[in-house]
Design a protein. Structure first.
Length: 67
């Protein structure tokens, strides 16, 4: 499942997991906030979640398991 994310989506998800907002992620990765929102929506769809908290929990458990 973790491998279904693109490299950029994984970067965005790592930043989400550290508590950064979409605006902060956009600044960090030199993207527009709209592009970050698009990445977030694709991440949610790929992970099968509908909230930031659920995405973070799943992402951290996947990272921990090394999946």
């Amino acid at each position: 499942m973790i491998t279904s994310l693109s490299k950029r989506e994984a970067e965005v998800m790592d930043l989400i997991a550290t508590g950064r907002s979409n605006g902060q992620i956009a600044q960090c990765l030199f993207l527009s906030e709209k592009t970050v929102k698009n990445h977030v929506n694709r991440i949610y769809a790929k992970l099968g979640v509908d909230s930031r908290v659920t995405a973070i929990g799943l992402w951290l458990s996947l990272r921990k398991d090394g999946s």
